[in-house]
Design a protein around this ligand. Structure first.
Ligand SMILES: [Zn+2]
Length: 402
């Protein structure tokens, strides 16, 4: 078993672990120097045009190096647009490299390599549970979490030693519903590993406050072109400069930049100035953690943006959470949700804390949203969507349901 695990922590793992540690001490100039050399090599080879998924669909061979058996293998992903994309990835180094960065991200909540995990992450298999020795992880099959199996799940989850809960942000509340909130609160969960998928900082803070658990979260794509960790200090995202190159280009959404990524892999498909179709919100203030390129939030093209009274699309994040003192804020509010019914108007549903100053809450939000008319509605709870996800923006203009 140990030998197999070591094969996952091979030379590429240790190389990148060392690189990550060193890069955290680099100055902005040292980061630029490292990235420029690699980026210029890509531009010389492929030109400097922005590329889209279709470029790789149509000209895969042009962007692929060392496509030989053993060294590289085919990968299929949903692609950033949701349409399938096939490309080629390094067989050995990619998994080891990936692991070095993920373990670094997970270490933010105290995870050490091969600590016990329980995954509720869409690992479909026969039966309710499967244990993966190599990963030291229990995997719960979502397909098997039907009503008559929940008793077995609840009995089992009580028997396991302290573990890290590995979930998709959108399935976190589903998991809590499945095991029951009281039991969930009593479990020896050491931390939550929230896999790459949008997980707004407001929702993270709300969860951490409500359950007293820390979340490790990150932003990446299955094309492996760039990776950013969600920083527990500034709650923004820091892009690992040694993983790939993320350019932040101007966009037509106020305060947002397009995320364009270039990969640093030598073997397999090389993504060059690849349009991820995601938007990033400019950082507010500075962060002492490291000098990595930084943004304060990642937003999908239509997710988490609202239309103000002059018809301009803005990122909700910057206004709702941008520089709020998180602790003081959550002392007043237990939960909140924005609903946009029509341009220029936002309905803000607030679950106030006992004894909260409603006048102060109202003033704080009105100060932050001078460009929209706010209606504040005090409610006792925010309803969850049928999938169990609690969204903090319901965009009815885009057809969103509560
Ligand atoms: Zn930070």
């Amino acid at each position: 078993m140990t030998g197999a695990r070591e094969s996952l922590l091979g030379p590429s793992y240790f190389y990148h672990r060392g690189l990550i540690r060193r890069s955290k001490g680099w100055s902005p100039a040292e980061i630029r120097e490292y990235q420029d050399a690699r980026f210029r090599r890509l531009i010389r080879r492929y030109g400097d045009g922005i590329t889209q998924t279709n470029d790789y669909r149509q000209h895969l061979r042009r962007y692929t190096r060392w496509n030989v058996p053993l060294l590289a293998h085919a990968v299929r992903t949903g692609g950033t647009s949701g349409q399938p994309l096939r490309f080629t990835a390094d067989t050995f180094a990619r998994r080891q490299k990936e692991r070095a960065y993920l373990f670094d991200i997970w270490s933010q909540v105290g995870f050490a390599p091969y600590d016990l995990r329980v995954r509720y992450c869409g690992d479909f298999h026969d039966g309710l549970l499967r244990y993966n020795r190599l990963e030291n992880a229990w995997m719960i099959s979502p397909a098997a979490t039907q009503e008559h199996e929940l008793g077995a799940l609840r009995r089992w989850v009580r028997t396991i030693p302290p573990f890290f809960l590995h979930i998709y942000p959108s399935s976190l509340y589903t998991f809590i519903d499945l095991v029951g909130e009281d039991l969930f609160r009593s479990l020896p969960i050491r931390g939550v590993i929230a896999a790459s998928e949008m997980f707004p900082a407001g929702d993270q803070l709300q969860f951490e406050h409500e359950f007293g658990l820390k979340i490790a979260h990150w932003y990446g794509h299955s094309e492996y072109a760039m990776l950013a960790y969600c920083c527990r200090q500034c709650r923004g995202f820091h892009f690992y400069p040694t993983y790939g190159y993320a350019e932040l280009l101007s966009s037509d959404v106020e305060g947002c930049r397009r995320v364009v990524a270039s990969s640093f892999n030598r073997i397999g498909t090389q993504f060059v100035r690849y349009d991820t179709e995601d938007l990033a919100v400019d950082p507010v203030g500075s962060c002492a953690k490291d000098h990595f390129p930084r943004v304060s939030a990642i937003v999908g093209r239509s997710q988490e943006t609202f239309i103000d009274s002059s018809g301009r699309r803005r990122s909700l994040f910057g206004y709702a959470f941008g520089d709020l003192d998180a602790d003081a804020f959550w002392d007043q509010i237990r939960d909140l949700q924005f609903v946009q019914d029509k341009p220029g108007f936002l309905l803000l549903r607030v679950v106030p804390s006992p004894g909260a100053e409603r006048g102060q809450i109202q003033k704080a939000f009105e100060r932050r949203f001078p460009m929209a008319k706010l209606d504040i509605e005090y409610v006792s709870a925010i309803e969850r969507s049928p999938s169990g996800k609690r969204r903090y923006l319901v965009d009815r203009l885009a057809g969103g349901q509560v």
